[in-house]
Write a protein that binds this ligand. Structure first.
Ligand SMILES: [Zn+2]
Ligand SMILES: [Zn+2]
Length: 246
């Protein structure tokens, strides 16, 4: 399966995991027409869409998904705040498992400034994927991961630099620290995680002002010894998993 990034920043998040006959969409923060285009206009193959939280960069286009008959998983709070409802609008409970076609999905609580979840995703072709964004920390450890998609929004030195240069407001600092993941926390978490079966790590939601893509990638590569990518529109990664299937 292929993992495609359509967007991974505060201007819009969306990821697609797909093969020729199945697809899972994660986040609805990119215009639905872009998603359809990326799917080759074959939306019938979409098993479902996962939403992490209600912020516009993740859920702005949620109505278009539901209206197109795509089963969409989100917290109750997301549905209430968006005013979207219907048989395809699935209210999730963190810790409970869901099946979307051949995808098995487990939402787990994240740490953001509004209710937010990460997802553990499993498919026979990809193995086990961890997805976590907009979370200042991760309270859970998962075994047997094959692919890790995790936020790496800013680093403290970059943030301090950006505030000094006037690119980032000083008042943003506290909010960022309690709602988004920084490089050190990301590295620490990955350092505590069993990476034996992990084939790649994808860093998500890098801040435009407070991050440094090349530095973040090399730091995480050094920490983990794995292949590391930074998500940006157009990035495609082969998520097939030989290790898991053997
Ligand atoms: Zn966000
Ligand atoms: Zn957010």
């Amino acid at each position: 399966m292929l993992m495609k990034v359509l967007g991974s920043s505060s201007s819009g998040n969306c990821y697609i995991i797909e093969n020729d006959s199945e697809a899972l969409v994660i986040e609805a923060g990119v215009r639905f027409v872009e998603v359809k285009k990326a799917l080759g206009f074959n939306i019938r193959k979409v098993s479902g869409c996962l939403i992490s939280h209600r912020h516009k960069d993740h859920a702005k286009y949620i109505k278009a998904f539901v209206d197109s008959g795509i089963t969409t998983l989100a917290l109750e709070e997301v549905w209430v705040s968006s005013g979207v409802s219907g048989s395809r609008a699935c209210r999730i409970v963190p810790g409970r498992g869901y099946k979307l076609g051949r995808f098995k999905v487990l939402p787990f609580r994240a740490n953001h400034d509004v209710p937010c979840v990460g997802y553990l995703i499993e498919h026979p072709e990809t193995g086990r994927i961890m997805f976590l964004t907009d979370s200042c920390a991760c309270d859970y450890q998962f075994v047997g991961l094959n692919h890790i998609m995790i936020e790496c929004n800013y680093s403290m030195p970059r943030l301090i630099e950006a505030i000094a240069a006037g690119r980032t407001l000083a008042s943003q600092r506290e909010r960022l620290m309690s709602s988004h993941m920084d490089l050190d926390t990301c590295k620490e978490y990955l350092g505590e995680t069993n990476l034996d079966y992990v084939s790649d790590i994808v860093l998500l939601h890098l801040s435009e002002n407070n991050s440094d893509e090349r530095h973040f990638i090399s730091e995480v590569e050094r920490q983990t010894g794995k292949i590391v990518y930074a998500a940006r529109p157009g990035l495609e990664i082969d998520f097939n998993n030989a290790i898991w299937q053997n």
